[in-house]
Write a protein that binds this ligand. Structure first.
Ligand SMILES: *Cc1c(COP(=O)(O)O)cnc(C)c1O
Length: 375
């Protein structure tokens, strides 16, 4: 959960119309019967999980996925009743929470499934699980070579309901050959399970990159996709970026030749006079210090360079010799929209889009925009 309101003029706008367009774009790629599991882990990649999830459910997304129990509990507490899958195992001491909050577990081995089924039996309910297969991600799941054996064992366990079997791509778009190998292995597994009459409701692999690059992961036996980044608009050029980070000019300093700006005095005024604007946003808001003397911001109709070191709560930009009509209180685009793309920001501070939006800190309020709100 993010600050809902703040008295500081620094905020992130989240464009719900953009998100709607992205969901439609994702749906267009998939076969009719393919379900979307909206990945809203890490507070919907920094966009705010509760609000984003409500919106996704309105748009016909039926499943949600998060990475831990706290995230799942937050969704339940905010009134969300859709199926929620945890994309990873939890400690056995937390099994009770899975039951209490009706959360689907990820099972990563037959042993784990056995432990889980014991805990559920004790409470008199049936666990609904998705079994993760490690088909080359090298992280979690049943290794491919044991997959058939262990899935079969799990299927024979009392009470366990296998709602899904899934695997994850380590390099969906960058290494197509390996991805196609993974897909073939999962298809083989699905056929073998079918022969054994083991029922699995959902077979899924595709993350956002796969949705736009690996069509064979979007059709039978696959009937679910797990987009995250694409929902927010960054996985593919044609999608609509949904987040814009903004602030307002806090002060304008008229500085003279020889004076320096910010910590470590890394920027020196070389001209007789230079106007420096102070912005109330810094590394505690998610602007890396790598942005110092390298990034740029957009004010009104022009770009201005970041000068001096980014501080915890402030950063400075140069307006040039005169202040070019920029005034205290003017709105500043730090990141987002078409003005300063995630790509540009990421290149300067050596981050991937996932990190950039996740790193916008909790003290930056998220403001949700819908068409009717736009002026
Ligand atoms: C995060 C995650 C996704 C979503 O990936 P994107 O690249 O954001 O679409 C899907 N599946 C698993 C297992 C994940 O951890």
């Amino acid at each position: 959960m993010y600050l809902y309101k703040s008295h500081r003029p620094t905020w992130a706008e989240v464009d719900m119309d953009a998100m709607r367009k992205n969901i439609l774009a994702i749906k267009r790629e998939c076969a009719e019967d393919v379900q979307i599991m909206g990945v809203v882990k890490a507070d919907a990649y920094g966009h705010g999980a509760a609000v984003v999830s409500q919106e996704l459910l309105k748009l016909g997304v039926e499943y949600l996925a998060v990475s831990n129990i706290d995230e799942a509990m937050e969704l339940r507490t905010s009134g969300i009743s859709s199926p929620i899958l945890l994309l990873g195992p939890v400690e056995s001491s937390e099994f009770g929470k899975l039951i209490e909050f009706n959360i689907y577990a990820t099972v990563i081995s037959a042993d784990y499934a056995r432990e889980l089924s014991e805990a559920y039996r004790y409470r008199g309910v049936y666990p609904k699980v998705h079994i993760e297969i490690d088909a080359g991600m090298g992280r979690l799941g049943i290794p491919l070579e044991n997959a058939l054996l262990e899935v079969e064992q799990i299927a024979r366990m009392e009470g366990i309901i296998i709602d899904g079997v899934y695997a994850h791509f380590p390099s969906a778009d960058a290494d197509k050959e390996f991805s196609e190998f993974q897909i073939k292995e999962l298809i083989k597994l699905s056929q073998e399970l079918k022969k054994l009459e083991i029922k699995v409701r959902y077979f899924h692999m595709a993350n956002s990159a796969a949705i736009f690059h690996l069509p064979s992961s979007l059709k039978s036996p696959f009937n679910m996709v797990r987009p995250g980044l694409g929902i927010y608009g960054y996985a593919q050029a044609a999608l609509s970026p949904s987040l814009t980070l903004k602030t307002k000019v806090l002060a304008i300093n008229r500085m003279k030749k020889g004076q320096t700006v910010s910590y470590l005095r890394s920027y020196t005024i070389l001209r007789d006079v230079e106007h420096i604007a102070v912005l109330p946003i810094g590394y505690a808001d998610g602007i890396p210090t790598l942005y110092s003397n390298k990034g740029r911001v957009f004010i009104k109709d022009a770009y201005y360079p970041v000068v001096g070191r980014v501080c915890m709560d402030y950063m400075m930009v140069s307006l040039g010799e005169n202040s070019r009509g920029v005034q205290i209180g003017d709105e500043v685009i730090i990141l987002g929209g078409q003005k300063i793309t995630m790509e540009e920001f990421g290149k300067v501070c050596k981050k991937i889009p996932y990190e950039i939006t996740c790193d916008i800190s909790k003290r930056v309020p998220r403001i949700y925009l819908r068409k009717e709100d736009k002026r």
